[in-house]
Ligand binder design. Structure first.
Ligand SMILES: [Zn+2]
Length: 65
């Protein structure tokens, strides 16, 4: 194994800080204050925690992209 191989394996094995749960087994609620509806739209940049919004407020999520 070369030194480069070791570096790559290290990066892959780094655990995610949180929100590591798969999206399909976690229920999300709209983040718009006072809404609380089912959030079917998730917005997230790579390596960042996602933000969730319902159909009506999904436009809010685009500000996180
Ligand atoms: Zn909403």
């Amino acid at each position: 194994m070369t030194a480069l191989d070791l570096i790559v394996s290290d990066e892959i094995s780094v655990p995610r800080p949180e929100h590591a749960t798969a999206p399909d087994i976690q229920h999300h609620w709209c983040e718009r204050p006072g809404c609380g509806k089912d959030a079917g739209w998730g917005f997230a940049k790579p390596k960042q925690a996602p933000h969730w919004f319902c159909f009506e407020h999904r436009g809010d999520g685009e500000t996180y992209l």
